[in-house]
Every structure is written in structure tokens, then in C-alpha cells.
Design a protein around this ligand. Structure first.
Ligand SMILES: C[S@@+](CC[C@H](N)C(=O)[O-])C[C@H]1O[C@@H](n2cnc3c(N)ncnc32)[C@H](O)[C@@H]1O
Length: 306
């Protein structure tokens, strides 16, 4: 791994703060400071939980089972206290106000689960190298969409495989509903421990190790970063014009959706696949029970006909 250029120092320091910040109270990260705080903890009631369960379903299509009550109480309790509210009902009244788009976004950030890591489910990256890239070796530009990209580890892993095999004729789109994770993804800076799963040859070529004030972190090389565009996109909302892709990675997000939401999403995604293009889901997810024109190539990899 080479070292980061000196000029990257400021970026790394900012990013380290961001990485160190727990997926918890991001009030200061959003510049919302100095509000009254209410000490103590009051648990969410069943009625209040139902209000947030319905709201996050309506916004993001995320299904929260009753087992998630404690999680919702903990995560949103920080926002409730931050605003000085005694009840979750008051916080719900706030986030449902027309003029509270930013607070709604913060609530979504708190209610999404963003776990991810480099080269997660490695078979997909073998498939990318051994089947997908040869299949589209003649296209002028290979386009791939990481459709719930979280903090960027998935698209950067794809990018390393593409950069290794295709010089510069490829582009990636990374989208997520959470503004907080996209902010981290755009920086492309991660704790050094996260290199453990990156194949050594990619580490050598595509990762820059921080020194001095940046020690303890690494940055994904600019050659990869500049080929990936990160944009907010709600899979359950309106989409801008996106064009078509040779592959869409939709991994470890459908687990949060009910069968109807899943089926509708898969239909919408098919319209964004090139003929012969692939939809790749998480290994624990499947399209079983969904009527679709896609054919399963191997478990969790589906292909559109030509
Ligand atoms: C568990 S992470 C998976 C990240 C990555 N795909 C992977 O497999 O490692 C799930 C991501 O889906 C995002 N997500 C949840 N609901 C979404 C929606 N309606 N639209 C877009 N992204 C969503 C979350 O914000 C989160 O970052």
C-alpha cells in the first residue's frame, strides 16, 4: 500500500471524525447544535412505535417487526432528547411536518442498518471477474449500479475488480437512502483494519495508507474514486433518469422489504438492465415467489434475456 499524498491530510482528519462517529446522534454532523436536551430515558409506547413503523414503511419500504421496538426506542430516543421532547409522539409530530425534510432524513439515517464491508460475499466478485466482465468485454463502457451502497465498501470493491481488468472504460453509480453513509462513501477513507478483507494485490495498487496525522486510515485511490458517482436514491421513491446498466448489485437490502415491495422493486430494476445484464442480490435473499423475466444463473445472480 503506498502512502497518501500530503495534500490529503485535511480530508482524512474530517473523515476520521465521521468514521469514529457512531451510527447514533449525528446532530453535530448536521450542524444542528445547541438545542435543549432532556435527560433520562422514556421507552417508546406501542402506539408510538406503530407511528414510526408506518412512517418508515411509507418512506423507505422498510418493514420493522415488533422485535425492533427497543432498537427504534434507542436510536430515535437520542433525537427525541436532542429536541427536548418528553414523548416520541412529539418527535413524530415534528418529523411529519412539511418543513422538516432534514429531520426526516436524519430519522431515516437512524432507522437504516448500514452494515457493510469490503469484498463482502466474495463469490460475487469472482463472478464479476470471471463471467460478467468477459461477457461485456466489447461494450464501449461497462456500467454498474450499486443500489444500496451504504458507506461505499461495495462499489469500491467492484471498482477495484473493474480497474484491474478494464483500464478506464467503466463507470459505477452508488446510491443509498441514507445521507450519512453517502457522505462517508464520497470520502473513500476507512480505518486501516478494514483492509483485512481486501486482496493483497488490490491493496498494493488501489489503497493509499495514511501517514502522520492520517495514520490509522487509508484512502481508495483517486483512479477508482473518480469513476464512481454517489447519489441519494430511495429505492421505494421516485427515481431520476438513470439509464441502463450491465449489472445492478442489490445486496442485503431486500431483507428489509416485504414481498410486495420486493416484487415492485425488481420490476423497476429490470427496466434499468441492458439486455443480458445481471441483477445480483445478497446470498440470504432470493427472488423466490417473485414473477420475473430474469433467469437464475447461480443462487443470488439473475440475468435478463437478450
Ligand atoms: C445492510 S446495508 C447493505 C450494504 C451493501 N449493499 C452490502 O451488501 O454490504 C443496507 C443499505 O440499504 C439502504 N437502504 C435501506 N432502505 C433503502 C431504500 N428504500 N432505498 C435505498 N437504500 C436503502 C440502507 O441505508 C443501507 O445502507
Amino acid at each position: 500500500m503506498s502512502t497518501m499524498p500530503e495534500g490529503a491530510s485535511v480530508r482524512v482528519e474530517v473523515a476520521q471524525e465521521c468514521i469514529a462517529q457512531p451510527a447514533s446522534d449525528s446532530a453535530t454532523a448536521y450542524g444542528v447544535q445547541g438545542r435543549a436536551r432532556v435527560k433520562g430515558h422514556s421507552s417508546i409506547t406501542d402506539k408510538e412505535f406503530a407511528l414510526f413503523r408506518d412512517l418508515i414503511f411509507e418512506i423507505a419500504g422498510i418493514h420493522l417487526s415488533d422485535a425492533k421496538k427497543a432498537l427504534v426506542s434507542g436510536r430515535l430516543g437520542r433525537r427525541r432528547r436532542h429536541h427536548g421532547f418528553a414523548t416520541f409522539r412529539q418527535y413524530h409530530d415534528l418529523v411529519t411536518r412539511q418543513d422538516q425534510a432534514l429531520e426526516r432524513q436524519i430519522m431515516v439515517d437512524h432507522l437504516t442498518t448500514n452494515e457493510t464491508y469490503f469484498f463482502r460475499e466474495p463469490k460475487h466478485f469472482d463472478f464479476l471477474r470471471d463471467v460478467l466482465m468477459p461477457r461485456f468485454s466489447n461494450v464501449p463502457e461497462l456500467r454498474i449500479w450499486s443500489a444500496a451502497c451504504s458507506s461505499g465498501e461495495e462499489p469500491y470493491s467492484i471498482g477495484m475488480v473493474l480497474a484491474d481488468g478494464r483500464t478506464d472504460n467503466w463507470r459505477l453509480l452508488g446510491t443509498d437512502i441514507s445521507a450519512r453513509v453517502l457522505e462517508a462513501a464520497r470520502k473513500g477513507i476507512y480505518p486501516l483494519e478494514d483492509t483485512a478483507r481486501i486482496p493483497p494485490q488490490f491493496l498494493q495498487r488501489f489503497c493509499l495508507k495514511g501517514i502522520r496525522s492520517q495514520a490509522g486510515s487509508f484512502m481508495v485511490d483517486r483512479a477508482i474514486r473518480e469513476r464512481i458517482e454517489f447519489r441519494p436514491l430511495n429505492l421505494n421513491g421516485e427515481w431520476p433518469a438513470l439509464g441502463r446498466f450491465h449489472a445492478i448489485f442489490l445486496r442485503n437490502v431486500m431483507i428489509y422489504f416485504n414481498p410486495t415491495t420486493k416484487a415492485r422493486l425488481v420490476q423497476r430494476l429490470i427496466a434499468h438492465l441492458e439486455p443480458g445484464g445481471f441483477l445480483i442480490t445478497g446470498h440470504s435473499e432470493s427472488l423466490n415467489g417473485i414473477r420475473t423475466s430474469l433467469r437464475m444463473v447461480t443462487p443470488s445472480v439473475y440475468q435478463l434475456g437478450r
